[in-house]
Design a protein around this ligand. Structure first.
Ligand SMILES: [Ca+2]
Ligand SMILES: [Ca+2]
Length: 185
Protein backbone atom coordinates (compact mmCIF):
# COMPACT_ATOMS: atom_id res chain seq x y z
CA UNK A 1 0.00 0.00 0.00
CA UNK A 2 1.28 3.43 -0.93
CA UNK A 3 0.69 5.56 2.21
CA UNK A 4 1.79 8.83 0.53
CA UNK A 5 -1.41 8.97 -1.58
CA UNK A 6 -4.59 8.76 0.50
CA UNK A 7 -7.63 7.31 -1.23
CA UNK A 8 -10.32 9.53 -2.77
CA UNK A 9 -12.79 8.42 -0.12
CA UNK A 10 -10.42 9.54 2.64
CA UNK A 11 -9.98 12.94 0.98
CA UNK A 12 -13.75 13.28 0.64
CA UNK A 13 -14.26 12.44 4.32
CA UNK A 14 -11.59 14.98 5.30
CA UNK A 15 -13.28 17.72 3.25
CA UNK A 16 -16.68 16.95 4.76
CA UNK A 17 -15.23 16.94 8.28
CA UNK A 18 -13.51 20.28 7.60
CA UNK A 19 -16.75 21.81 6.34
CA UNK A 20 -18.69 20.46 9.33
CA UNK A 21 -16.00 21.79 11.67
CA UNK A 22 -16.24 25.26 10.08
CA UNK A 23 -20.02 25.32 10.34
CA UNK A 24 -20.01 24.14 13.98
CA UNK A 25 -17.26 26.55 15.03
CA UNK A 26 -18.79 29.50 13.18
CA UNK A 27 -22.22 28.77 14.60
CA UNK A 28 -21.10 28.53 18.20
CA UNK A 29 -18.38 31.14 18.48
CA UNK A 30 -20.58 34.15 19.01
CA UNK A 31 -19.75 37.35 20.77
CA UNK A 32 -21.49 37.52 24.13
CA UNK A 33 -22.35 41.20 23.73
CA UNK A 34 -24.28 41.06 20.48
CA UNK A 35 -24.64 37.39 19.55
CA UNK A 36 -23.10 38.19 16.14
CA UNK A 37 -21.23 35.22 14.74
CA UNK A 38 -17.50 35.73 14.37
CA UNK A 39 -17.80 34.14 10.91
CA UNK A 40 -20.27 36.70 9.53
CA UNK A 41 -19.16 39.84 7.72
CA UNK A 42 -18.26 43.18 9.30
CA UNK A 43 -21.53 44.86 8.22
CA UNK A 44 -23.68 42.95 10.71
CA UNK A 45 -26.04 43.37 12.37
CA UNK A 46 -27.88 44.45 9.19
CA UNK A 47 -30.89 42.18 9.24
CA UNK A 48 -33.61 44.76 8.45
CA UNK A 49 -34.09 48.18 6.85
CA UNK A 50 -33.66 49.87 10.21
CA UNK A 51 -30.16 48.45 10.59
CA UNK A 52 -29.19 48.59 6.90
CA UNK A 53 -25.51 49.32 6.31
CA UNK A 54 -24.97 52.48 4.18
CA UNK A 55 -23.14 51.80 0.91
CA UNK A 56 -22.26 53.64 -2.29
CA UNK A 57 -20.71 52.80 -5.67
CA UNK A 58 -17.95 50.23 -5.24
CA UNK A 59 -17.04 46.58 -4.71
CA UNK A 60 -17.87 44.78 -1.48
CA UNK A 61 -16.11 41.37 -1.35
CA UNK A 62 -16.33 38.52 1.17
CA UNK A 63 -19.85 39.18 2.43
CA UNK A 64 -21.63 36.35 4.23
CA UNK A 65 -25.31 35.45 4.29
CA UNK A 66 -25.18 33.59 7.57
CA UNK A 67 -28.57 34.77 8.75
CA UNK A 68 -31.87 35.40 6.97
CA UNK A 69 -31.19 38.87 5.48
CA UNK A 70 -28.49 41.40 4.73
CA UNK A 71 -29.72 44.95 4.10
CA UNK A 72 -27.76 47.85 2.64
CA UNK A 73 -28.98 51.42 2.20
CA UNK A 74 -27.99 53.75 -0.59
CA UNK A 75 -28.93 57.37 -1.36
CA UNK A 76 -30.11 57.80 -4.95
CA UNK A 77 -30.63 61.29 -6.41
CA UNK A 78 -33.52 61.72 -8.83
CA UNK A 79 -32.84 60.23 -12.31
CA UNK A 80 -29.68 58.38 -11.17
CA UNK A 81 -29.24 54.82 -12.44
CA UNK A 82 -28.17 51.99 -10.14
CA UNK A 83 -26.86 48.56 -11.08
CA UNK A 84 -26.25 45.92 -8.41
CA UNK A 85 -24.46 42.64 -9.10
CA UNK A 86 -23.80 39.85 -6.61
CA UNK A 87 -21.60 36.82 -7.24
CA UNK A 88 -21.60 33.59 -5.24
CA UNK A 89 -21.66 29.79 -5.56
CA UNK A 90 -25.25 28.74 -6.32
CA UNK A 91 -24.43 25.13 -5.39
CA UNK A 92 -23.62 26.25 -1.84
CA UNK A 93 -26.47 28.71 -1.42
CA UNK A 94 -29.12 30.13 -3.79
CA UNK A 95 -28.78 33.83 -2.97
CA UNK A 96 -31.33 36.33 -4.35
CA UNK A 97 -31.75 40.07 -3.99
CA UNK A 98 -34.29 42.89 -4.11
CA UNK A 99 -34.27 46.66 -4.38
CA UNK A 100 -36.71 48.32 -1.98
CA UNK A 101 -38.03 51.87 -1.84
CA UNK A 102 -37.48 54.18 1.10
CA UNK A 103 -40.77 52.77 2.47
CA UNK A 104 -39.45 49.22 2.23
CA UNK A 105 -41.73 48.23 -0.66
CA UNK A 106 -40.52 46.05 -3.55
CA UNK A 107 -39.18 47.94 -6.59
CA UNK A 108 -37.24 45.29 -8.52
CA UNK A 109 -35.23 42.15 -7.88
CA UNK A 110 -33.22 39.23 -9.23
CA UNK A 111 -33.96 35.56 -8.47
CA UNK A 112 -31.91 33.58 -10.99
CA UNK A 113 -30.42 30.12 -10.69
CA UNK A 114 -26.83 30.81 -11.70
CA UNK A 115 -23.81 32.01 -9.73
CA UNK A 116 -24.78 35.68 -10.01
CA UNK A 117 -27.74 38.07 -9.82
CA UNK A 118 -28.10 41.47 -11.45
CA UNK A 119 -30.70 44.21 -11.05
CA UNK A 120 -30.97 47.76 -12.38
CA UNK A 121 -33.21 50.72 -11.66
CA UNK A 122 -33.46 54.41 -12.56
CA UNK A 123 -34.66 56.52 -9.67
CA UNK A 124 -37.75 58.68 -10.16
CA UNK A 125 -37.11 60.77 -7.04
CA UNK A 126 -34.33 61.50 -4.57
CA UNK A 127 -34.61 58.80 -1.93
CA UNK A 128 -32.76 56.34 0.25
CA UNK A 129 -33.28 52.86 -1.19
CA UNK A 130 -32.53 49.44 0.28
CA UNK A 131 -30.72 46.46 -1.21
CA UNK A 132 -31.97 43.23 0.37
CA UNK A 133 -29.87 40.06 0.08
CA UNK A 134 -31.67 36.86 1.07
CA UNK A 135 -32.15 33.20 0.26
CA UNK A 136 -35.02 30.79 0.00
CA UNK A 137 -32.56 28.10 1.06
CA UNK A 138 -30.43 27.81 4.15
CA UNK A 139 -28.13 30.66 5.18
CA UNK A 140 -24.73 29.44 6.39
CA UNK A 141 -21.17 30.61 7.08
CA UNK A 142 -20.32 29.18 3.64
CA UNK A 143 -22.83 31.43 1.83
CA UNK A 144 -20.19 33.93 0.76
CA UNK A 145 -20.95 36.59 -1.86
CA UNK A 146 -19.42 39.69 -3.40
CA UNK A 147 -21.47 42.75 -4.31
CA UNK A 148 -20.69 45.38 -6.95
CA UNK A 149 -22.70 48.61 -6.92
CA UNK A 150 -22.59 51.13 -9.76
CA UNK A 151 -24.50 54.41 -9.62
CA UNK A 152 -24.40 56.75 -12.61
CA UNK A 153 -25.95 60.18 -13.07
CA UNK A 154 -27.79 61.13 -16.27
CA UNK A 155 -25.77 63.15 -18.80
CA UNK A 156 -26.21 66.90 -18.52
CA UNK A 157 -28.62 68.35 -21.10
CA UNK A 158 -27.22 71.50 -22.79
CA UNK A 159 -29.36 74.51 -21.91
CA UNK A 160 -31.45 72.50 -19.41
CA UNK A 161 -30.45 74.66 -16.41
CA UNK A 162 -31.01 77.88 -18.43
CA UNK A 163 -34.48 76.61 -19.42
CA UNK A 164 -35.34 75.90 -15.77
CA UNK A 165 -34.23 79.44 -14.86
CA UNK A 166 -36.43 80.98 -17.58
CA UNK A 167 -39.43 78.91 -16.43
CA UNK A 168 -38.85 79.98 -12.81
CA UNK A 169 -38.59 83.67 -13.79
CA UNK A 170 -41.74 83.54 -15.92
CA UNK A 171 -43.66 81.78 -13.11
CA UNK A 172 -42.49 84.35 -10.55
CA UNK A 173 -43.43 87.22 -12.86
CA UNK A 174 -46.88 85.69 -13.35
CA UNK A 175 -47.47 85.38 -9.58
CA UNK A 176 -46.33 88.98 -9.02
CA UNK A 177 -48.66 90.23 -11.75
CA UNK A 178 -51.61 88.45 -10.11
CA UNK A 179 -50.76 89.90 -6.69
CA UNK A 180 -50.50 93.45 -8.09
CA UNK A 181 -53.76 93.02 -10.02
CA UNK A 182 -55.61 91.83 -6.90
CA UNK A 183 -54.36 94.77 -4.85
CA UNK A 184 -55.61 97.25 -7.48
CA UNK A 185 -59.07 95.67 -7.57
CA1 LIG B 1 -24.09 38.99 6.64
CA1 LIG C 1 -27.52 39.85 8.16
Amino acid sequence: MNRSHPSASRIKIAVILAALFAVVVCSTLTTRASSISVCDDAYEDNDNTGSAYPVSSGTYPNLVLEDSNDYYSIMLPNRDHIQVTIMFSHSICDIDMQLLSSYGSYVTGSTGTSDSELMTYTSTSSQTMYIRIYTGGSPSPSAIYSMIISVTSPPAVPGYDALLLVVALVSTAGVLALVIRKRRM
